[in-house]
Each structure stands twice: as structure tokens, then as C-alpha cells.
Design a protein around this ligand. Structure first.
Ligand code: UGA
Length: 431
């Protein structure tokens, strides 16, 4: 099939590349000419394991190309996939201006029957608005569908090529057939629904996963007080198939470009129909507060952070990505700086992006984890990059001025720590 993918962010780029890998002819479109230039010359604007290689293979095979010319790409396409950003507005609602603009441009360009698929996460009812914009701009036949994306950053290629399910929301029989055929090589779990349910499935899924995280974080906070171990509690819960093992890792709260934005958006969506989503509001509140446990634990040991030097390991919102959007590290470092501490921060790949969001005379970005730890009064581990777990603890003890370790991701094991003099706090485990 001939596809045009509008927007080369995570979702657009990864889906475009994976569809090309399945043998489709794909054109990825973006307004940002520097991004397109970069992609044409073999570069990749985001870090995602395996993506660069897959782009190279499929570009070389002639199945994948990049352009800024939306009209040209859309004219030639059977299916147009909308994957532009829907960032949060200050009130938490999704900003649909990129979607609406793209819909207008698509409407002006389509040439013959075209299926327009929305992969961007959009509030319920948005696809109908897209259809109305398209109808204003063209008299060519078209159908719309909502096919939400469930990939995770850091494992985006794997998730796209091996999805748990594909949801196709459409009212059109022809669109259902074509989209089922497009996705059939990926999974047999294809659920066809009405458009509004498909839009809702995306928000409900992210909200539920966020709820699992806040739930286990609260259990962890109670475990700390009653002397239980949250990792064992989560394991014991996870054996129950009704609960499941995943997303029960206690930590410093969720971040990233999806959960914070989508939970807020769903609260707003509910609010617009006069429904107060109390549970989800609490999930957000718990998540917000969880980050400050790192500061509370530090202050419980050091008393006062003024003039202390704190090493930070990990800036990305999760490992295997250079994405720092809504990363818990942002607020934690800002708070440390506000309380008079100096910060030495290290991340294997996210420091460059982080430094675009935060610079401060007392914040130093370091080239290695050892450099960040050297001479610091305490170390906080905020992202569970594998290289952090690999450091021999006696070496870390020698690097730090004081052997204080706040492990925000439960990376280190108690057995290893018992051989050292570390003052160690993790999340929901006996200290
Ligand atoms: C999330 C969803 O998992 C994807 O299904 C969805 O497609 C995507 O949002 C999206 O809407 O685009 P992502 O944000 O890339 O994917 O990353 P996750 O692996 O879900 O992690 C999100 C945050 O939750 C991270 O900060 C992670 O550290 C935290 N987390 C995750 C925990 O604290 N505990 C866990 O057990 C799992």
C-alpha cells in the first residue's frame, strides 16, 4: 500500500519506518526542513534503539522517503496517517492546532479515495472534527479512522512490530477492510470499534497504566513505614493474572511525553461532560508528590541541603531514550538548586536535551557517572540505566565524599550493600 505519514516525531517516524519494513511504500512528511534533511542524509532526530538501521535498510530498498511536501505525499497515498503532536495547553487540554492545520492541508491535497487515519492521541470527538475540516476542503471521497498507537519509547520498534493489539475505530467498511489488511501481518488481535471508543481506548489505557504506577508507589510508601518490601509485594501481586506483573515497579513517579499529558487531558475530557474523574486526579497528585520523596529522604539524612553537592545519575524519564519531557529529574534538580545545593548530573545520552531545559550556575553536566559522583555529599539515582547497576559499590563508596545513596529506582540489591557503609534509601524497601 502507499502511505503518507504526517509528522516525524516518535509515533510518526517509527510507524512510517515499520510500515515500510512490512513492504509498504511510505513517505514521511514534516514541516521542519532540518529534520527532513537530517533523515535524508542518514541521521535520526531522536534516539531509539534500532531505528537508524531500519531507516537505512528501508530507504536503500526504495520503500521509504522523507519530504516537506505534504501535498505531494498525500496525492500519491492510499492511506494518510496523521501523527502530529498534541501537546498540553496550560489548562491540561490537548492542543489540536497541529492536527487541524494538517487536516486542512490533507483535505486540499487528496486526489481520489483516501483513508485518513489518526494516530496522534486526540480527545474523544476529534476525528469527527477532522472529518468536518476535510469535507470543507475537498469534494474527493475519503474515510476517517482512529488507530491509536501504543508503542513505548525505548522499545518503539519492537512494540510496533509486535503489538499486543491493534485498535481500528471507523464507521467505514472499506476503511475497516484496508486497515485490517495493513495491520494483519503484525497481529491477529485486531479490534474494530466505533471511532469514539477507539479514541477513548488510548486515554483509558494510559490512565490505567499511570494508575498502576501511582498505586504501587503508594503501596511502597506504606511498605517503608511498616517494614515490608514493595518489590516482593509487587511480585506476589503480579502472579495473579487479573493483576499482572507489569507496571508495578515503584520509583520516583512516571514522566515522559505521554502519561502526564494524557492523564491531564482525560481529566479535562471528563470535566467537559460534567464528570469529575476523582481517581485519576489522585493518580496525578500521588505522582507529583512521589518525586519529592527523593528530597525528603536526602533531607532526613543531611538535614540541610544548603552548600551540599548532590550527584544525579539519570536525567531521561526512563532508560534507552534521550527524552527528558516531564522527566522527574527536572523537578528534583530544580528543588535541590532552590534549596541551595550544587548538582553534578550525568546521563548516558540525555544530558544535551536536559541542558536545553535547565541551566544554572550550580548545575554541572558531567561526562561520566564517576565524574558526577566524585566528591559529592550524596548520590541520587533517578533513571535505571544499566551502566549504573554495573558499578562496583566499593568503588562508588570511594568516589563519594559521604556514602549516601538515594536509589529512586530500586536498582541496587541489599546483599551488595551489606558489604559497604552506605546510608541507603530506596523506594518501598527496608533501609
Ligand atoms: C507510554 C505507554 O506505555 C505506551 O503504551 C504509549 O503508547 C505511550 O505512553 C504513548 O502514549 O505514546 P512511554 O511513555 O514511552 O509509553 O513509556 P513507559 O514505559 O510507559 O514509561 C512511562 C513512565 O512510567 C516512565 O517514567 C517510567 O519510568 C514509569 N514507570 C513505568 C514506572 O515508574 N513504573 C513502572 O512499573 C513502569
Amino acid at each position: 500500500m502507499k502511505l503518507a505519514v504526517i509528522g516525524t516525531g516518535y509515533v510518526g517516524l517509527v510507524s512510517g519506518v515499520c510500515f515500510a519494513h512490512q513492504g509498504n511504500e511510505v513517505v514521511c512528511v514534516d514541516k521542519a526542513s532540518e529534520k527532513i534533511e537530517m533523515l535524508r542524509s542518514g541521521g535520526v532526530p531522536i534516539y531509539e534503539p534500532g531505528l537508524k538501521e531500519l531507516i537505512q535498510t528501508n530507504t536503500a530498498a526504495g520503500r521509504l522517503r522523507f519530504t516537506t511536501d505534504l501535498a505531494d505525499a498525500v496525492r500519491l497515498a492510499d492511506i494518510v496517517i496523521l501523527a502530529v503532536g498534541t501537546p498540553s495547553l496550560p489548562n491540561g487540554e490537548a492542543d489540536l492546532s497541529f492536527i487541524k492545520q494538517a487536516a486542512r492541508e490533507i483535505g486540499e491535497a487528496i486526489n481520489g479515495y483516501t483513508i485518513i487515519v489518526t494516530k496522534s492521541t486526540v480527545p474523544v470527538g476529534t476525528n469527527e472534527k477532522i472529518a468536518a475540516i476535510l469535507a470543507e476542503c475537498t469534494d474527493q471521497p475519503f474515510d476517517i479512522a482512529s488507530v491509536p498507537e501504543f508503542l513505548r519509547e525505548g522499545s518503539a520498534i519492537h512494540d510496533t512490530l509486535n503489538p499486543d493489539r491493534i485498535v481500528i475505530g471507523t464507521a467505514s467498511e472499506l476503511a475497516r477492510e484496508q486497515l485490517t489488511a495493513l495491520h494483519a501481518p503484525l497481529t491477529s488481535n485486531i479490534l474494530v470499534t466505533d471511532i469514539r471508543s477507539a479514541e477513548m481506548i488510548k486515554y483509558a489505557s494510559n490512565a490505567f497504566l499511570a494508575t498502576k504506577i501511582s498505586f504501587i508507589n503508594e503501596i511502597a510508601n506504606i511498605c517503608e513505614k511498616v517494614g515490608a518490601d514493595v518489590t516482593k509485594v509487587a511480585e506476589g501481586m503480579g502472579y495473579d493474572n487479573r493483576i499482572g506483573r507489569s507496571f508495578l515497579k515503584a520509583g520516583i513517579g512516571y514522566g515522559g511525553s505521554c502519561f502526564p499529558k494524557d492523564t491531564q487531558a482525560l481529566i479535562q475530557i471528563a470535566g467537559h461532560v460534567d464528570y469529575e474523574f476523582k481517581l485519576l486526579k489522585s493518580v496525578v497528585e500521588v505522582n507529583q508528590d512521589q518525586r519529592y520523596n527523593v528530597i525528603r529522604k536526602l533531607e532526613a539524612i543531611l538535614d540541610n541541603l544548603q552548600d551540599m553537592t548532590v550527584a544525579i545519575w539519570g536525567l531521561a524519564f526512563k532508560p534507552e531514550t534521550d527524552d527528558v519531557r516531564d522527566a522527574p529529574a527536572l523537578e528534583i534538580i530544580q528543588t535541590l538548586l532552590e534549596r541551595g545545593a550544587s548538582v553534578k548530573a550525568y546521563d548516558p545520552i540525555a544530558a544535551a536535551n536536559f541542558s536545553k531545559l535547565l541551566t544554572h550556575p550550580h548545575l554541572e553536566y558531567c561526562e561520566s557517572k564517576e565524574e558526577a559522583a566524585r566528591g559529592a555529599d550524596a548520590l541520587c539515582l533517578l533513571t535505571e540505566w544499566k551502566e549504573f547497576a554495573d558499578i562496583p559499590l566499593p568503588e562508588l563508596e570511594r568516589l563519594l565524599r559521604k556514602p549516601i545513596l538515594i536509589d529512586g529506582r530500586n536498582v541496587f540489591r541489599e546483599e551488595e550493600l551489606s558489604q559497604t557503609s552506605f546510608i541507603y534509601y530506596s523506594v518501598g524497601r527496608p533501609s
